[in-house]
Each structure stands twice: as structure tokens, then as C-alpha cells.
Design a protein around this ligand. Structure first.
Ligand SMILES: Cc1cc2nc3c(=O)[nH]c(=O)nc-3n(C[C@H](O)[C@H](O)[C@H](O)COP(=O)(O)OP(=O)(O)OC[C@H]3O[C@@H](n4cnc5c(N)ncnc54)[C@H](O)[C@@H]3O)c2cc1C
Length: 495
């Protein structure tokens, strides 16, 4: 059994100020690393001088994934359940697997794609159990409801992390860590719509139009979605087409399409236009399945060499697959009223002109085209911002998940790999050649990516330990007593 007190939010802010590792952001990416470190038996090494888990939320594990309303995942149940399978987890949450209703529901339909809200609930439960176990058995502290403001890379290679209690934003605090695993998620900003339109070579939305991001809209309930758009719809007597345009062509865009069609179809929405700029790609488990379905497979660009799956990274799966197929063949989401039009704006002048016209005739325009990183400010010892390299899909990182600055220098000891950063496909991770984005997903955070980050963190900690030892030898006094660098703030902290 777990100590119930360890599961309860501890907001005392009474934590030491010096750690070997600080996990900033306890969403699916950060927790994937933590799960991996634990099941590999390396948690004690990561937490050798203390591990702190900090997040602005009060409950950890699900991040944004659990916030999406009525959204079906693009992974099947068994891939989420696989993250909870390891003999080391038996004493941590063995009973979840036996008695938890959600776990049972997913286990009963392992090939089905569950609702993300349910996945979020299960991930939260598992994460909270693991954290309670870690707090009890290792040198681990937890700060809930605390937000990271900035990270300063000091001259000695360590990191100073400025943070505050979300209830007291003015009272900033600071801690120091040898390594930082930072995954604060990704952001979609509505201001990016103008830039998106520029890249599509179409005019940006005019005044008097609702502009929003799918990330914010997918978190609204049906009633909230209706309240957002219904006031913009003209009454039937006005004989005007009430249209919403979505920019994007991946999972979120088709998920957004379904939410709009089903929630607003009865309330005045007539048409949805989806403007994208590369062909809509579909996912298949095998080449044979794709060919039987009539999908034209490009053997060089569409097949993942590791899994032999078709469009493994970029292909629409499960519910998004069904929506896309219905849109392409029927021009509607099954059972919903609005007509749906797909426009590939990169497909020539006529399509681009049609996209511009539809967008100009829309009462709402939605950004559904990827995420940017939500990294906190990163500065050097002189408080000067360290500019990082950004490429398609976010921050550029090396093979251990360490960000690379614009001079090509790796930020040693810092790791980021979640939404808005992420690994590019490589021979171990696999992917179809046509995919140029980044790899994200709960399963891979708990497996290959967790492994890479753990390797990087342990390497960084070993380097720090070696440096400290060298420093101690250099400063040893005449009697041979070492007087190495004292670790600030931990002396009175052991349970
Ligand atoms: C519509 C949609 C559907 C998806 N479906 C699937 C799926 O079916 N299967 C799958 O595997 N993946 C899916 N994904 C991908 C998955 O959601 C992401 O890869 C994952 O959520 C990224 O996790 P993260 O930890 O990087 O970010 P987040 O989930 O955003 O978590 C970031 C964490 O950082 C915290 N945080 C943010 N800023 C601060 C700060 N300043 N200080 C302290 N804490 C902070 C947040 O509170 C949060 O807990 C989907 C994504 C989308 C958008």
C-alpha cells in the first residue's frame, strides 16, 4: 500500500535547493523518462543527490493529453497499457491492473483506440502511484502548482532554476541542479495564423472573424464550443453559408473537424473547409492491408523500415482515419450535417485561389497545424539568452535529447524531447522516409526515448561527479582532508 500522504499535493514549497536532477514538467514526456528510469533500476542513480519533480498542475502524468474532450487517441489501448507492464511495477501499482475499471476496459479491447480523457485518467493514476513510491523509497521531492520561470546555465555547468508558486507569482524562488529534464509541452498560438496563411500564400483572416487554435477548442465541452461559435452564425433567412475553416491536415485537424461537425451541425454550421498543404496520408499496419484497401503505397517513402508499417508516423489512424475517409468519399462526417471540403493549397493556383476564397467567406478560422515548444527562458551565466536551433517540428536536439544552440554547441545536462521538441526519426526509432516531423507519443517516451534520456542523464551525472572529485583533490588541505564544494540546502533534508 502507498502512503496516502505522499499522493496528496505537497505545496509547502519546503524543499531543498540543490538536486542532481530536476524534472520540469510531469506530462507524458517527463513521466515517460521517470517510468523508464525506475524500471531500469537506475532511479537511485538519477536521484543520487536528490530528484525534484515540479509542474504547475496539481496532478501529474497526463499533461494536456487528459484535457481533450471527446477525442479518440491515435494509439491503441494496448500501447498505453504496455507502459505499465514491468515486474518492477508490481509493488508500485499491481492492483491497478487487477481492479481499476479503466484498466479493465482498455485491456478488454486492446486493439481499440480509447478516449484521450480516459487515457489521461489512467496515466495520472499510474504516475501518482509511482511518485508516491519514489517519494517513499528514494531521495525524491515533489512540487505541485509551481511554475518554472527561467533556467540559467551557470559557468560551473549546473543549472539555476527560477520558479514560483502559481498562487504567489511575485515570490520567486530558486534551486540548483546538475541536470534538468524539461518538457513543458507545446503551444499553438492564434497569432501564428497570419504566418500560416503567408506560407500557404493566401490572405490572413480579416477582422470580425473568430480565430482560435484546435489545442484550445479541443479542450472545450460541446456546450462551450456551441457558445463560442453559434453567435457568429447567420440565421437561415439570411441565406448565407456559415463556414469554419481549419488549417492543418493531420490528426488534430480531422479530430477538430469531427467535433465541429457533430457539435455545431445542428446549431447552424453549414460547411467546414480543411486547408492543408501536403497530401493526406493514411496509416496501415501492413503494405498488404494498404494495397487491399486501395491505398497507393510508395515503397521508398511510405514504409517504415523497422516495423514495415505504412505511414507509421504521419498517417491518420483509427478515428481520424475514419473521419478522413468519410470526408474524402462523402464530403461529410457520418451522421453530421455540415458539408466538408478538403483543399490542398499546394496543389496549384486554382486550389490556392479556392482556399483564399473559402477562408475569406468563413466566420471562424482555426489553427490546427502543429506545435511550437513551450520552453522556459534559457540564459547563460551573464543572464544572456541562449538562442537554440529550431527546425521543423521544434527545438533541435542531439542523440541524448540535449538541445543544440545556434552555434551548434550542445547544452550539456539539459534534456528536452516532448511536444515542441522531440527526436527526429532514425534507424532505431524508425519511420517512413516521407515524414519530416518529430516523434512523440506515450509509448515511445516510456521505451526508446526514455532509454536515450536516461543514458544522457547518467552520463551527465557521471561527468559532474568526476569534475567534483577532481575539484576536491585540487582543494584538499595539507592534512589530506578534502574540502569539496558543499551541496547547498540538502544537509537537513533526509527523511
Ligand atoms: C490532439 C492530440 C492527440 C494525441 N493523441 C495521442 C495518442 O493517442 N497517443 C499518444 O501517444 N500521443 C498522443 N498525442 C501526443 C501527446 O499528447 C504528446 O506527445 C504529449 O502530450 C506530449 O507530452 P509533453 O509532456 O511533452 O507535454 P504536455 O502534455 O503538454 O505536458 C507538459 C507538462 O508541463 C507542465 N508545464 C508547462 N509549463 C510549465 C511551467 N512553466 N512550469 C511548470 N510546469 C509546466 C504542464 O502542466 C504539463 O503537465 C496527441 C497529441 C494531440 C495534440
Amino acid at each position: 500500500m502507498q502512503r496516502s500522504s505522499a499522493v496528496e499535493p505537497d505545496n509547502s514549497g519546503n524543499v531543498p535547493s540543490d538536486y542532481s536532477c530536476v524534472l520540469c514538467g510531469a506530462g507524458p514526456a517527463g513521466m515517460g523518462f521517470l517510468f523508464y528510469a525506475f524500471k531500469s533500476g537506475k532511479l537511485a542513480e538519477v536521484a543520487r543527490n536528490g530528484l525534484l519533480i515540479i509542474d504547475r498542475r496539481m496532478r501529474f502524468g497526463a499533461g494536456k493529453l487528459g484535457d481533450y474532450v471527446n477525442v479518440t487517441g491515435n494509439s491503441v489501448a494496448k500501447s498505453f497499457l504496455a507502459c505499465l507492464e514491468d515486474e518492477r511495477f508490481d509493488e508500485v501499482f499491481g492492483d491497478i491492473r487487477e481492479y481499476n475499471e479503466l484498466h479493465k476496459k482498455m485491456a478488454a479491447d486492446p486493439e481499440g483506440a480509447p478516449l484521450l480523457s480516459e487515457v489521461g485518467e489512467l496515466l495520472t493514476l499510474a504516475a501518482e502511484r509511482l511518485i508516491a513510491h519514489l517519494v517513499e523509497h528514494f531521495d525524491v521531492d515533489v512540487l505541485r502548482g509551481h511554475e518554472i520561470d527561467a533556467v540559467r546555465h551557470s559557468q560551473d555547468g549546473r543549472f539555476e532554476i527560477a520558479y514560483h508558486d502559481t498562487r504567489k507569482p511575485a515570490a520567486r524562488r530558486m534551486m540548483i541542479s546538475d541536470t534538468v529534464v524539461m518538457n513543458l509541452g507545446g503551444t499553438q498560438r492564434v497569432e501564428e495564423l497570419d504566418e500560416l496563411c503567408r506560407t500557404l500564400d493566401i490572405p490572413a483572416p480579416g477582422n470580425g472573424v473568430i480565430t482560435a487554435t484546435s489545442d484550445e477548442l479541443l479542450r472545450l465541452t460541446s456546450t462551450q464550443l456551441v457558445d463560442t461559435f453559434a453567435p457568429m452564425f447567420a440565421p437561415p433567412a439570411a441565406r448565407r453559408t456559415n463556414r469554419i475553416t481549419i488549417i492543418g491536415g493531420a490528426h488534430s485537424a480531422f479530430t477538430m473537424t469531427e467535433r465541429l461537425a457533430t457539435d455545431l451541425g445542428g446549431g447552424g454550421l453549414d460547411e467546414i473547409t480543411i486547408i492543408h498543404r501536403s497530401p493526406v496520408r493514411l496509416f496501415f499496419e501492413t503494405v498488404e492491408e494498404a494495397l487491399a484497401w486501395g491505398y497507393p503505397v510508395d515503397p521508398v517513402n511510405d514504409i517504415c523500415p523497422v516495423t514495415r508499417r505504412v505511414n507509421r508516423s504521419s498517417g491518420l489512424r483509427y478515428r481520424a482515419f475514419e473521419i478522413a475517409c468519410a470526408v474524402m468519399s462523402e464530403g461529410r462526417v457520418a451522421g453530421a450535417k455540415p458539408r466538408i471540403e478538403l483543399i490542398d493549397a499546394a496543389c496549384g493556383e486554382d486550389e490556392r485561389a479556392r482556399a483564399a476564397t473559402r477562408l475569406a467567406q468563413s466566420c471562424g478560422v482555426i489553427h490546427s497545424a502543429g506545435y511550437r515548444p513551450n520552453m522556459s527562458a534559457l540564459v547563460d551565466h551573464l543572464e544572456v539568452e541562449i538562442p537554440l536551433q529550431f527546425c521543423q517540428g521544434g527545438i533541435e536536439i542531439d542523440k541524448f535529447g540535449r538541445p543544440i544552440d545556434i552555434n551548434g554547441k550542445v547544452i550539456r545536462g539539459l534534456f528536452t524531447f516532448g511536444l515542441g521538441s522531440g527526436f527526429r526519426p532514425d534507424p532505431e526509432i524508425g519511420s517512413e522516409a516521407a515524414f519530416t516531423g518529430r516523434i512523440h507519443g506515450v509509448w515511445i517516451f516510456h521505451h526508446e526515448i526514455g532509454k536515450r534520456i536516461l543514458t544522457g542523464v547518467l552520463k551527465a551525472l557521471a561527468e559532474t561527479a568526476a569534475m567534483q572529485e577532481a575539484e576536491m583533490i585540487a582543494t584538499a588541505d595539507d592534512d589530506g582532508h578534502a574540502s569539496g564544494r558543499p551541496r547547498r540546502g540538502r544537509a537537513d533534508h533526509r527523511r
